[in-house]
Ligand binder design. Structure first.
Ligand SMILES: NC(=O)c1ccc[n+]([C@@H]2O[C@H](COP(=O)([O-])OP(=O)(O)OC[C@H]3O[C@@H](n4cnc5c(N)ncnc54)[C@H](O)[C@@H]3O)[C@@H](O)[C@H]2O)c1
Length: 337
């Protein structure tokens, strides 16, 4: 018999703070880059191709003493049944006994750890004098990316928002952004926010660009980038997805979260297939920068790219953080298995 801790989305919304999530995600990257954590083979099944599927990402963090998985299901017809199309859960286990530690809703965990990922790319690779953040995409993930970047980079003075297919959505988001960041992430500091309709104009103004769309063709062209721009590419997490011009990779300094995964499903997949880059073109993993094994950038003029496809390690450390805080605050439900 085991006691399993179960945390709802509402529970973890009350427990997790973005600065703590940034810390644990950095630690997960660091552990992976020094071979103290590993990711297992990806499992993917289509129940009805293009209509319904599920995938399992899993891994093991030796120092943390945990392993586990995130199972995400996508059922595109769910909204007709008043259900979300994407449903995810994270399960964490003890690596000494196999005992289940906890089960948690995967939606909010994904937002928090993915926001942290994009921000960590900017923290370690962007120019220190970066002032303007461009958020490309206004979907579920976007508020987490902006919140985490404002927290990790206190010098950011302006946030520009763009929705490449519906400008009005970006205008609406810009109007509400400060309230959302204050209410959901306790961000009260001063910054300017605006939406721009034309993506070329927006890119030309920006020091840091975070992309989070499901686009399958480049949205950002190489010739629009200012010298020294950093890009954290989040949206490409499936074969065929692509958000930036493959030519950007010809000269950029490129870092990944996991090389093999990024080559198959990340932003580097297409430049690899086109022969624009090879293994030698990749400077390393983001964890190598955190571990001070390599530099984030070599000078103020180079373009830097962080390809972040997302691993289960990020979900596991974030869930583990939530379970620890929940235990001390006596939040959640205990189920006897
Ligand atoms: N790397 C990771 O760890 C990770 C984690 C979560 C989500 N993602 C990916 O990030 C992307 C965004 O996720 P989300 O949950 O915010 O999605 P979402 O559906 O909530 O939002 C998508 C955004 O992209 C815009 N968009 C849709 N199609 C587009 C197109 N063809 N061209 C340009 N813009 C388009 C939409 O208007 C919206 O603003 C998805 O591709 C998702 O799979 C990656």
């Amino acid at each position: 018999m085991f006691n399993l801790n179960v945390l709802s989305k509402k529970d973890i919304q009350s427990l997790l703070k973005m600065n703590d999530v940034i810390d644990v995600v950095e630690s997960a990257y660091s552990q992976k880059a020094s071979n103290r954590a590993s990711i297992f083979d990806w499992v993917f099944n289509e129940f009805d191709p293009g209509v319904a599927d599920m995938d399992i990402k899993s891994g093991w963090l030796k120092d943390e003493g945990i392993y586990g998985m995130k199972l995400v299901s996508w059922f595109s017809k769910n909204p007709e049944k008043n259900l979300p199309s994407i449903i995810g859960v994270v399960m964490v286990f003890d690596d000494k006994t196999g005992k289940p530690i906890g089960l948690v809703d995967g939606d909010y965990i994904t937002g928090m750890r993915t926001g942290a990922a994009g921000a960590i790319g900017a923290k370690y690779m962007a120019r220190k004098d970066s002032k303007t953040l461009l958020m490309v995409g206004t979907g579920h993930i976007s508020k987490f990316e902006i919140a985490a970047t404002l927290i990790a980079l206190p010098n950011i003075e302006e946030v520009i928002i763009i929705n490449p297919i519906n400008a009005q959505v970006a205008t609406d988001m810009a109007e509400k952004l400060k309230d959302v960041l204050r209410d959901e992430f306790d961000i009260t500091r001063e910054f300017e926010v605006k939406s721009i309709d034309n993506i070329e104009d927006a890119v030309r103004l920006s020091d840091i660009i975070i992309t989070a769309t499901p686009s399958r063709k480049p949205l950002i062209m190489k010739e629009w980038l200012k010298p020294g721009t950093h890009l954290s590419c989040i949206g490409s997490d499936m074969p065929g997805k692509e958000e930036i011009d493959p030519n950007i990779f010809k000269e950029a300094r490129v870092v990944v979260d996991d090389l093999e995964q990024c080559k198959h499903i990340g932003e580097i997949e297409i430049p690899f297939n086109l022969g624009i880059i090879d293994n030698q073109s990749i400077s390393g993993e983001i964890g190598d920068i955190i571990n001070k094994k390599i530099n984030g950038r070599m000078n103020d003029d180079e373009i830097t790219v962080f390809d972040a496809t997302g691993t289960a390690l990020l979900d596991l450390v974030t869930a583990r953080l939530a379970f620890s805080i929940a235990e001390s605050k006596k939040v959640g439900t205990t189920v006897e298995l």
